[in-house]
Design a protein around this ligand. Structure first.
Ligand code: F6P
Length: 747
């Protein structure tokens, strides 16, 4: 930018100065010469007047000695070189010595009487003024008065030097002023732009002259386009790997301290019935996604230590290195009392916010004491995070609805931290969220994050309209930023995903072997189509609706009885809560009823496994299934759908997927269904059973490509790159805002 100012403004100015000097100097020369010549002519005329009486008798007598004496007296004037007396035909009558060295009578012939001319001789230029004399009875003659003009040459040269120096100096001064003005403008623009990009609207700034606007808009557009193209470049990168993510952390963020915060921990230690300690990876989409990211980036993961044996395995700082087989990051456990867990986790998080954000028609409950516990636990986590993050400028990745107010609690304690909050569940519309009694406090705390991530653009828009409805702030819809109390929060969609290649792919048995072992384990015969459902036992997942769809199918098509079994894995979750208890009981009862209705001695339509399964076994189930059904009533993303696709390196198997999941925006080749429409779901099961191999293969191939390209490293990479851009802008703003003395110290 600065270079272009020099090229576009200063250079033309210097060229203009050159042109002025080039064409102006001859004019100045001529002016000076005319000025000096006129002066000399006047003097010559005066000299001639004083000669007029004395000269004729001497010429008449041809008295050269007297003429010489007389001439010597007259030519005492330093600049008067001498006299010439010539016949009109150029014949010399008399000349003084200095005059003869400069000019001859022949040279004066072109000069008319009473006129002057500048002649150039070897010793410099001279001005010759000729005066005709016609004495009575005598032949006429001409008197030439020769003036030395070399002083005029000298003065001209001096004047020329002055003019050149003056022109050069003026040009330099002008250029300097221009550069200074441009720099000041640039600084002001940069200031305005930075402020504008970061969310505070320039158009609202009453002090800013409207004159700048078109230029600013243009510059802003260019910057925006540059940013977009950089973003696209990263977006379309196909091979996002742990190494690519590490590169982003190292080169874009300069390896900051990374802290992840979540309620659910990635590894849970429990006492088994025999007193031994077992370790479990929980059934959580959030853990599935974040764990590989932490393996790649390292740092500290702060989470609730919820396992019965969790305290047994930590050090005195409540930390342990994980994963156990190849430790690469630190798990920092936070202990909660039963009361805290009751109000924070079961209460506000899962009886309030979870049903509030999922349109599964379960009424949310809001209790003041839960809100108090929620705030207290968020504060407790804030303390730990602040300690784990250290004093500098960490990157803090907060996960989910359990910690909506954590950004606001961290901001004053770690102003230089880059805080990202990712919301793993859907965000409802403004009217729905409006029922939350503490919506304003929650929203304003969330907005203290630098980046607020959702799975889909739709959720982002819902969030922005919720903020618009309930908070006094400035929203830039185009850039999706919200400015509140001088802080700017960037809202964006980052569809979460899974690691690629999946961890278990390398060690898993081939698909045929998986089919055989799973069928053996669950008593499903070879010819029976195996449908699979895997999830936490949650009312948002549509488990009972799925059973009803199968029932409808078997009802309508009796020939399918004995031909299809749904293997349902339901990992118990939040079982203390009445809604979950009722769901578990309802699910068991419905499975039982349907099995009794259609089952035979060697076939059951539903095999319900109400237990958590370790991830490697779930991987085996995915590989064994003929179809996988994900009919969530509402789901932020749903990673089961992506895991199923990732497990099928044989490019077989059919995915039935609810349109109310974030995953349905990406996995378009699945059989998309409305989970509330039981008939449509039953039809999809039938289509899955009847789909030809080539079609299954084609669909699976396309879905696998999508999951591979949009893997979890890309999810984290995009978020962290946005964080890096924000950090760069903030650094710039800080430099601009710092007083001069401080800036010097900084540099
Ligand atoms: O995937 C969404 C999510 O809410 C996670 O954030 C959470 O860890 C998971 O579901 C399981 O829920 P919970 O941790 O309550 O068992």
């Amino acid at each position: 930018m600065f270079r272009s100012i020099i090229l576009r403004s200063v250079l033309p100015l210097l060229v203009a100065a050159g042109v002025v000097a080039y064409f102006g100097l001859p004019y100045i020369d001529r002016l000076l010469r005319d000025w000096f010549s006129t002066d000399m002519q006047v003097r010559a005329r005066l000299v001639m007047t004083s000669l007029e009486d004395a000269l004729p008798p001497l010429v008449e007598r041809d008295d050269l000695a007297a003429l010489g004496n007389f001439a010597n007296k007259v030519t005492l004037d330093q600049r008067l070189l001498g006299l010439l007396i010539c016949r009109p035909d150029g014949q010399l009558l008399f000349e003084t010595a200095r005059a003869s060295a400069a000019v001859s009578c022949a040279d004066t012939l072109p000069i008319a009487d009473g006129r002057s001319a500048v002649l150039h001789s070897g010793s410099g230029s001279v001005l010759v003024s000729m005066f005709g004399q016609t004495p009575r009875g005598q032949p006429p003659y001409r008197v030439g008065i020769v003036y030395d003009m070399s002083f005029a040459d000298r003065r001209q040269n001096t004047a020329r030097d002055y003019v050149i120096a003056f022109a050069g100096l003026s040009a330099m001064l002008l250029a300097l002023m221009l550069v200074l003005a441009a720099w000041l403008l640039l600084r002001r623009w940069a200031n305005i732009l930075i402020r504008d990009i970061s969310g505070r609207r320039f158009l609202d700034d009453a002090q800013s002259p409207p004159l700048w606007m078109p230029v600013l808009r243009q510059v802003r557009k260019v910057l925006h386009e540059m940013e977009e193209s950089q973003r696209l470049e990263m977006d379309y990168r196909e091979n996002w790997t742990p190494q690519a993510l590490q590169l982003v952390v190292r080169e874009q963020l300069h390896s900051p301290k990374m802290v992840v915060v979540s309620n659910r921990e990635p590894y849970i230690h429990d006492f088994a019935s025999d007193g031994r300690i077992t370790m479990q990876v929980p059934a959580s989409g959030m853990v599935t996604a974040l764990e590989p990211v932490m393996r790649a980036c390292s740092g500290t993961w702060v989470a609730h230590g919820s396992g019965s044996a969790d305290r047994e395995v930590v050090d005195r700082h409540d930390r342990l290195r994980v994963p156990p087989e190849d430790p690469s990051y630190t798990l920092r456990r936070v202990w909660l009392t039963d009361e805290e867990e009751e109000g924070f986790y079961y209460g506000l998080s899962n009886e309030g916010l979870w049903p509030l954000c999922h349109l599964a028609y379960v009424r949310p409950s809001f209790r003041e004491e839960d809100w108090d516990a929620y705030r207290a636990v968020n504060r407790k986590f804030a303390e730990v995070v602040v300690r784990e993050a250290g004093a500098n400028d960490p990157v803090i990745l907060i996960q989910d609805y359990h910690f909506a107010i954590l950004p606001g609690q961290l901001r004053p304690r770690r102003p230089k931290a880059t805080v990202l909050l990712f919301w793993h569940i859907p965000w409802p519309n403004a009217e729905t969220f409006g029922v939350c009694p503490w919506k304003s406090e929650m929203l304003s705390h969330m907005l203290m994050a630098d980046v607020l991530g959702f799975h889909t653009l739709y959720h982002c828009q819902n969030f922005l309209s919720t903020v618009d409805r309930f908070i006094e702030c400035q929203i830039d819809q185009e850039r999706m930023t919200v400015a509140l109390q001088g802080h700017v929060c960037h809202v964006n969609a980052y569809p979460i995903s899974i690691e690629w290649p999946p961890r278990w792919a390398a060690t898993a048995p081939d698909v045929g072997q998986c089919r055989r072992s799973v069928r053996r384990r669950f008593g499903i015969r070879e010819h029976v189509t195996l449908g699979l459902g895997v999830e936490r036992w949650d009312f948002t997942k549509g488990v009972i609706e799925r059973f009803h769809a199968l029932e409808l199918l078997l009802d309508q098509r009796s020939q399918l009885r004995g031909q299809v079994t749904l293997l349902q894995i339901a990992a118990p979750s939040r079982s203390k809560l009445p809604a979950y208890k009722a769901l578990q009981e309802g699910t068991l009862a419905e499975a039982e009823r349907i099995n009794v209705r259609f089952g035979t001695a060697d076939w059951q339509p539903i095999v319900l496994v109400g237990q958590h399964q370790p991830p490697e076994q779930v991987f085996e189930l995915y590989r064994a299934a003929d179809f996988c059904i994900v009919n969530s009533l509402h789901d932020g993303m749903n990673l089961v759908a992506k895991e199923f696709v990732a497990a099928r390196d044989d490019e077989d198997g059919v995915l039935i997927l609810s349109t109310f999941t974030g995953a349905s925006r990406e996995l378009l080749e699945a059989l998309l269904i409305n989970p509330f429409d039981v008939t449509e779901t039953a039809d999809a099961m039938l289509r899955a059973m009847q789909m030809p191999r080539e079609q299954r293969q084609e669909r699976m191939r396309l879905m696998r490509r999508s999951v591979k390209e949009n893997n979890v490293y890309r999810w984290a990479g995009r978020m962290l790159m946005d964080a890096a851009r924000i950090r760069q802008r903030q650094a710039l703003q800080n430099v601009e805002a710092a007083p001069l003395s401080q800036r010097r110290r900084m540099s």
